[in-house]
Design a protein around this ligand. Structure first.
Ligand SMILES: Cc1cc2nc3c(=O)[nH]c(=O)nc-3n(C[C@H](O)[C@H](O)[C@H](O)COP(=O)(O)OP(=O)(O)OC[C@H]3O[C@@H](n4cnc5c(N)ncnc54)[C@H](O)[C@@H]3O)c2cc1C
Length: 582
């Protein structure tokens, strides 16, 4: 496998790999990573779909990429996906997946047209004082020390950041900045998280710095990502003959490890409670999703707080990864990620309402009609003086194809689990849906005497979801904690998803899952075409200058006269001036 960039490789079709007709693939986990691996094996590896089996513990595909109407309780989304144009592997996949709604179009076409017609941007990035403008005014407010620290982090080598926390490299001045407010709420970073990951994010998205304050950097799907991404992908894979087997918990993949090679020889599973499995030869390829940010996620309801269960249970993804990791050091160290739930937890909630008073309060903040069908909040609105550091968002409505006209689906989340709420006086993790609704209404600026009534199930339904491992991948780490997609010496197996190692890309993205799926397929089948490299804006001097200018909030750099003269009439000088950096 090799990386490439540009149209030559992007439009080329690889030849059928030698020996592919004899291969079979067993994919563990039907999240985006597993589905992508199947998609690339079929499209680029030309492996017959009938020879691919996806083993999934749950009753439906999609994993973290969810969105469901639960007949008993209502609409549920654990999250929404901020996306961008440089999800190179993801768009490479979805250009081939037919849309379920627009005849003749791909999922990429549909997404492209939608975001052209209705570009995303926010008119109110943050609030304070119960619904007033948060006063961020598009600034980053980074002082001199903060700018210095951020630049140092941006330039640091990976190995110098191993096991380091963000607050070890970025000090109090940085953490008081508006930049950090945008950043942490947009990506869910906490100060104890990995400084390495923070650096990778900075580098990976440096071309988006200018679009951070108003979210013009972001793009969104039409509906929730289960309906807009997972369903068409699954439908397409099924049409290719790929087999989906649900209610099947893979317990172990057993390897035969000799001096030079590591070969997967057996998958053990439990299907509807009955033990089973399959023996493997070198022609049987195994692709394992190791680790999941939504493992043990638990729903509460309007009247009940969700249960917090951070135990590693047999049959889950952590316990599977532990069993595999015990067999060889190159298979990673799952306990780095799954043993500190107090550092990896937060909670979200899905609120559904058609109440005119609540709709009015939302409209006052998003400054658009939230039911127009077009961009509403345009990304999250952060309540900067909320004790929970609450953010909430209204995506284009309807957010579900089956959503009744006039209803609004809102996604709410809080980053701080333990602080008592400003209105309800309880920590987020102890709150029922009604209490979360009340806290949200309070911060929207709904009058005190209306909050209690509007938060009842007669006016809205709020369904909270606890996710004890949601930021497990942000735990400080070092080389070897995550296994390579195909670890050294492995002949017929790969790791995919948010806990497999690939160069330069950022976890907590749909792209990361698709990228690892693509790399697994290309490596295991020997597909001879470049995997698109991570977008190279970090090596693009134009992007760097533009970002530097924005991070200084427009304050120009004073160059010594000699340097200034040298830059005169040069391409670099022109660039610096165009971006008003000098
Ligand atoms: C709240 C939230 C917000 C997000 N925001 C964004 C965003 O803004 N932008 C963005 O790009 N991405 C975002 N993401 C990330 C993105 O959705 C995920 O990273 C991606 O969907 C993960 O896919 P995956 O296949 O790697 O893992 P998962 O989706 O976790 O899939 C793992 C699958 O394996 C199954 N499984 C587990 N154990 C076993 C077993 N023993 N046997 C068989 N099957 C098993 C699980 O049931 C699951 O289906 C967000 C995710 C969440 C939850």
């Amino acid at each position: 496998m090799y990386y490439s960039t540009g149209n030559y490789e992007a439009f080329a079709r690889p030849r059928k790999p030698e020996g592919v007709d004899a291969k079979s693939a067993w994919i563990v986990g039907s999240g985006l990573a597993g589905l992508a691996a199947a998609g690339f094996m079929v499209r680029d590896g030309q492996l017959a779909g009938e020879r691919i089996t996806i083993l999934e513990a749950g009753p439906i595909p999609g994993g973290a990429c969810d969105g469901i109407e639960d007949p008993a309780s209502g609409f549920k989304i654990r999250g929404g996906r901020e996306m961008e144009d440089h999800f190179e592997c993801l768009w490479d996949l979805f250009r081939s997946v037919p849309s379920l709604r627009t005849p003749g179009a791909s999922v990429l076409d549909e997404f492209y047209w939608l975001n052209k017609d209705d570009p995303n941007y926010s008119l109110m990035r943050a609030t304070r004082n119960r619904g007033e403008d948060g006063g961020t005014e598009g600034r980053f407010d980074l002082g001199k020390t903060a700018q210095k620290e951020l630049t140092k982090l941006f330039l640091a080598r990976d190995e110098d950041l191993y096991d380091k926390r963000i607050d070890e490299v970025l000090g109090a001045e940085f953490r008081a900045s508006t930049f950090w407010l945008y950043w942490r709420t947009m990506f869910a970073f906490e100060e104890w998280h990995s400084a390495l990951e923070m650096k990778l994010y900075l580098q990976r998205f440096v071309h988006h710095i200018g679009g951070l304050p108003d979210f013009s950097a972001l793009k969104f799907t039409k509906y929730n990502q289960y309906e807009s991404l997972i369903l068409p992908l699954v439908e397409w894979l099924r049409g290719q003959g790929v087999r989906f087997v649900y209610d099947t918990r893979v317990l172990d993949v057993r390897f035969d490890i000799t001096a030079g090679t590591k070969a997967a020889r057996r998958i053990d599973w439990e299907q509807a409670g009955v033990p089973g499995g399959v023996d493997l030869t070198d022609d049987d390829l195994v692709i394992v999703t190791n680790g999941s940010c939504v493992e043990n996620s638990r729903w509460g309801d309007h009247e009940t707080a969700p249960e917090f269960d951070a135990e590693v249970h047999p049959g889950g993804t952590w316990s599977l990864w532990r069993s595999i990791a015990r067999q060889d050091p190159s298979f990673g160290r799952p306990d780095v990620f799954c043993t500190r739930p107090d550092e990896t937890t937060w909670e979200s909630a899905t609120l559904t309402t058609s109440d005119p008073e609540i709709l009015d309060a939302v409209e006052r903040i998003c400054r658009r009609d939230p039911l127009s069908g077009r961009v509403a909040t345009g990304g999250i609105v952060t309540v900067r003086d909320s004790a929970w550091l609450m953010s909430w968002t209204v995506n284009r409505q309807p957010h579900f194809a089956t959503q009744p006209e006039g209803t609004l689906v809102v996604w709410i989340y809080g980053l701080f689990m333990d602080a008592p709420g400003d209105h309800v006086g309880k920590p987020l993790c102890e709150c029922t849906g009604a209490e979360i609704a009340a806290e949200w209404l309070y911060h929207l600026g709904v009058p005190d005497d209306r909050i209690a009534e509007l938060a009842t199930a007669d006016h809205c339904v709020c369904l909270p979801c606890a996710m004890p491992f949601i930021t497990a991948f942000f735990e400080p780490r070092r080389a070897g904690d995550r296994p390579d997609v195909v670890p050294a010496g492995v002949v017929n197996a790969a790791f995919v998803g948010q806990f497999a190692e690939t160069a330069r890309d950022c976890i907590f993205t749909t792209e990361y899952s698709v990228r690892t799926g693509m790399e697994a397929a290309y490596r295991l089948l020997g597909i001879d075409r470049g995997v698109p490299e991570v977008y190279g804006s970090v090596y693009d001097v134009r992007a760097l200058i533009a970002a530097a200018a924005r991070l200084r909030d427009g304050q120009r750099v004073r160059l010594p006269r000699l340097v200034s003269r040298r830059l005169d009439r040069t391409v670099l000088g022109d660039l610096l001036r165009r971006h008003e950096l000098v």
